[in-house]
Design a protein around this ligand. Structure first.
Ligand code: SF4
Length: 262
């Protein structure tokens, strides 16, 4: 279990990263170096903030070290209140507005007319169609004309992500994809959140390791696949919204994050 007492030993840092372990300092340095390189090479770089735990780390690093990177997020219209409140807390903490991209209302109305308000439960096609309207289409609008986008994926999350390059051409969206957190472990993420006293979604403390839309996310027992609370009624292979490549499934054990954040 990841707990405060099992976190890496903390040390001080006069450069502003107080109370970060040497490992965290190295991860922070590598992440910022990659973000800096992306800005130097591509200039027009955006970060798609998922408002998950990794996003709290990346938001902090971008806001404090590489503020040239624009941060945006998606509001699908079906997010938890806790997630929306977190967005407000982030804006207040960093004193910067985070543009919110929302689905096209005409497409939503059409979808609901055809499938009902919770049509995503009807089947895979209906669910993926909802994700396309509420996530993919707004995401494409957000990155249109940009040169690179930043994502918080980590290697340990799936076999596909394990073999990712930190900078790679994303031919699904036709721009560069920058993944500066590939080598972060889950315990690193929570150790950084704790050391920097960052805001995070309180649902993590209630057994939600991965948080998406409210009707499609539920709490899971410690020790189960981190993604098993997302679209739990589907087979594990289909449990992606489409923003990231489809994954092959191997069990990834998660520990309670409540203790880590305490
Ligand atoms: S996660 Fe659920 S509610 Fe959200 S866009 Fe996908 S299907 Fe729709």
């Amino acid at each position: 279990m990841t707990t405060a007492s099992s976190s890496p030993q903390l040390v001080g840092d006069a450069a502003g990263n107080a109370d970060l372990s040497p490992r965290l300092q190295a991860l922070v340095a590598g992440t910022c170096e990659l973000l800096d390189r992306a800005v130097r090479e591509y200039k027009d770089v955006v970060y798609s903030n998922s408002l998950g735990a990794e996003a709290m780390v990346l938001t902090d690093l971008i806001a404090t070290h590489v503020p040239e990177i624009e941060i945006f997020t998606l509001d699908t219209g079906r997010l938890h209140e806790e997630t929306l409140a977190l967005l407000d807390r982030i804006e207040r903490r960093y004193q910067r507005r985070i543009p919110v991209f929302s689905p096209d209302s005409a497409q939503i109305e059409q979808y609901v007319r055809e499938n009902g308000i919770n049509g995503f439960y009807l089947g895979l096609d209906e669910r993926q169609s909802c994700c396309h309207i509420r996530k993919i289409e707004p995401f494409k609008r957000a990155i249109a004309g940009r040169k690179a986008w930043v994502t918080g994926v980590r290697r340990e999350q799936s076999p596909e992500r394990a073999s990712n390059d930190s900078i790679a051409w994303d031919d699904r969206y036709d721009l560069w994809k920058v993944s500066p957190m590939l080598d972060w472990k889950e315990e690193d993420v929570w150790a950084y959140i704790k050391a920097r006293n960052l805001p995070y979604n309180p649902l993590h403390d209630k057994g939600f390791p991965s948080i998406g839309c409210a009707p499609c996310t539920r709490a899971v027992e410690p020790g189960t696949d981190a993604r098993s609370g997302r679209w739990w009624w589907e087979s594990p292979e289909s449990r992606e919204c489409g923003l990231q490549p489809r994954r092959r499934v191997i069990p990834i054990k998660v520990e309670s994050r409540r203790a880590a954040a305490q």
